[in-house]
Structures are given as C-alpha cells and as structure tokens.
Ligand binder design. Structure first.
Ligand SMILES: NC(=O)c1ccc[n+]([C@@H]2O[C@H](COP(=O)([O-])OP(=O)(O)OC[C@H]3O[C@@H](n4cnc5c(N)ncnc54)[C@H](OP(=O)(O)O)[C@@H]3O)[C@@H](O)[C@H]2O)c1
Length: 297
C-alpha cells in the first residue's frame, strides 16, 4: 500500500482518485508533517510500500513573510519522510518546482543546471530536495510547473472568475513555461514509480516532469477563455498582455520556467502530452463531456 501525504491538495486529490483503495491518504488534519514524531507514528502504523509526499506550503507570495512555516513544511518535513523511508528501505516520491531556477535565458532547464531560486518558496523547496538527496534513500523528486486542476485555487479558476465578471483581463506575458494538469502529473509520477521499482537499481534522483510545449500565463489565459467560452457565457472580450513589472508581487518569479523532461522519458519511460491536452482534459472534467455550463468553483 502507498501512503499519500497532502490528500486535500490538487495533486493529493488526483493521486487519491488514481490509486483508490491501493493507497491510504493523510490530510493536514490527520497528520501535521512538520511534527516528526506524529509523521513517524502514522507511517509506522500504516507500514507502506512507498510514501508519496504531495503536501507542501504553496502560497508563493505569503512565503516571503512566513519563512518559518514555508521551511518547516517544504524543507524539514520532506527530510522526516525521507528518514522514515530510508530506514524502512522504501521509496519516497516527492514534488518540487520550476521556481528553484533563476529564470534566465530561454533554454529549457535540465536536472544538471544549477538552481538559483528567486523566492523564499523556491529556496524552501530546494532545501527539501537537497535534504532528501543527502539522506540517501530511494527517492524520486519530480519538479513540475504551473500545476492546476478543475477545482483547486489556481490560475485557471482565478481566470474563469475574472472572465465572468470583467470585459478586460490583463495577464503577464513574459514568463514562459508549461501548465501541468494535476491528474496527468499524478498518473505519470505513479507510472514512474512503478518503472523505478522494477529496475535492479532504484534510479533515485531529480526528474523534470511537466506537460510538453510551452506558453505564457497570457497564452494560457487565452486558451482557458477559448475553451470555457464554448461552454459558458463569459464577459471577457480582451486579454491584454502585460510585463511582470506591471503586476508586482511580493515574490519574484522566473521568466524562463521551461523544463527539459527528457531524463524522465529516458530513465522512467514517462512523458506528459502537450499542455493543450491537459487543458482539454481539465475542461472535460470541469464541464462534463456534453459541454454544458457548470457552476464555477
Ligand atoms: N501549485 C503549483 O503551481 C505548483 C507548481 C510547481 C510545483 N508544485 C509542487 O507540487 C506539489 C503539489 O502542489 P499542489 O498545488 O497540489 O499543492 P496544494 O494544492 O497547495 O496542496 C498542498 C497540501 O499540503 C497540505 N499541507 C500543507 N502543510 C501541511 C502540513 N504541515 N502537514 C500536512 N499537510 C500539509 C495542505 O493542507 P492545508 O491546506 O490543510 O494546509 C494541502 O492540502 C507541491 O510539492 C508543490 O510545491 C506546485
């Protein structure tokens, strides 16, 4: 049995839906993963074959003034999970982010490229990666980008809420990356775990895993409005491209969030389709395949 940590998050929900009865999922109310003893006790009780950590402190801007909490969840808790897994000889699957990179240049980042996070969130996630690697047990760390699902608090649902009420929406057009649909990430990550467990030597390491192709937040917003506009009446008429400087946020974000995912394909045999396919699947989930309007989240 697999234990999922962070069951109420976007990825946690997707993992639960995918794994069903073959997993036990724990939420924040059941175990606070920053409490090493509580986490250890919960895992010891469940005796998993693998642990999948989908829990994280993901409020990127809030993290700038909440460093203690961000580092506790994103840096120290992954080490506690890694300690348990290494002690038991079982794999830990963990998730990280494109925000570990500086965002310079336009080439997709590989796992060999040196991270240089711009934000406190990025630093805390990088510390978590390093803690797991240093502990040295079996592990897969999947760095993904721009995660969303049909119901979460995410860019897609923020855009839909704006598009219902406003005629013009201004969106940042100088950050480049791939939006990643949580259910398809969950599926690929679990296929990667199965492939890794079948190998003679567990291929521990960091892997980039996001949808194929690239866009900007502006491009993603346009695609969201085009797809949703076929299913419900939106107010939005104009999607204006703006630079990051015109939308100041407490945390700086990378201009180049492109991830080169070839290592995951070569080593684990996993590859996500183009980001447009993820969006199409999400729209189907949100509105139903009949295409009738549904209530927003
Ligand atoms: N969202 C993105 O755009 C994005 C992009 C790249 C990478 N990632 C990474 O992908 C992974 C999944 O992200 P997501 O978007 O699914 O996250 P999410 O929706 O924010 O969910 C995170 C979950 O972690 C739980 N959690 C937080 N602190 C906890 C604690 N101390 N103990 C137990 N549970 C705790 C939260 O529960 P509460 O809400 O109850 O606290 C929440 O259910 C994370 O590793 C994230 O860093 C995300």
């Amino acid at each position: 049995m697999i234990v999922i940590l962070g069951k109420s998050g976007q990825l946690g929900r997707a993992l639960q839906a995918l794994l069903g009865g073959s997993a036990a999922a724990l939420g924040h109310d059941e175990v606070n993963i920053t409490d090493a003893a509580a986490l250890n006790a919960a895992l010891t009780r469940l005796q998993p074959e693998a642990v999948v950590n989908a829990a994280a402190y993901t409020a990127v801007d809030k993290a700038e003034r909440d460093a203690d909490a961000a580092f506790a969840v994103n840096a120290r808790a992954p080490l506690y999970a890694a300690e348990y897994c290494a002690h038991e000889g079982i794999p830990l699957v963990h998730f990280s982010t494109d925000y570990v990179f500086s965002g310079e240049g336009s080439r997709p980042w590989t796992e060999e490229d040196p991270p240089a996070p711009l934000s406190l969130y990025g630093r805390s996630k990088l510390d978590g990666e390093n803690a797991i690697r240093r502990r040295g047990g079996k592990h897969l760390i999947f760095r993904t980008s721009w995660l969303y699902d049909a119901n979460g608090r995410n860019f897609l649902n923020t855009m839909l809420a704006l598009g219902r009420t406003r005629e013009e929406v201004k969106v940042v057009a100088d950050q480049h990356g791939a939006p990643t649909y949580a259910p398809q990430l969950a599926q690929a990550a679990m296929a990667g775990l199965t492939a890794a467990m079948a190998q003679k030597e567990f291929p521990s390491g960091v892997y980039h895993l996001c949808h194929g192709g690239e866009t900007t937040w502006h491009g993603f917003a346009e695609a969201i409005f085009a797809a949703a506009g076929r299913r419900e009446a939106l107010n939005v008429r104009k999607v204006t491209a703006i630079p990051s400087e015109a939308y100041p946020t407490p945390a700086r974000r990378p201009h180049n969030s492109r991830l080169d995912c070839s290592k995951a394909r070569k080593t684990l045999g996993i590859l996500l389709p183009a980001w447009q396919e993820g969006l199409a699947a999400c729209m189907e989930q949100k509105y139903g395949s009949a295409g009738h309007a549904a209530a927003g989240s």
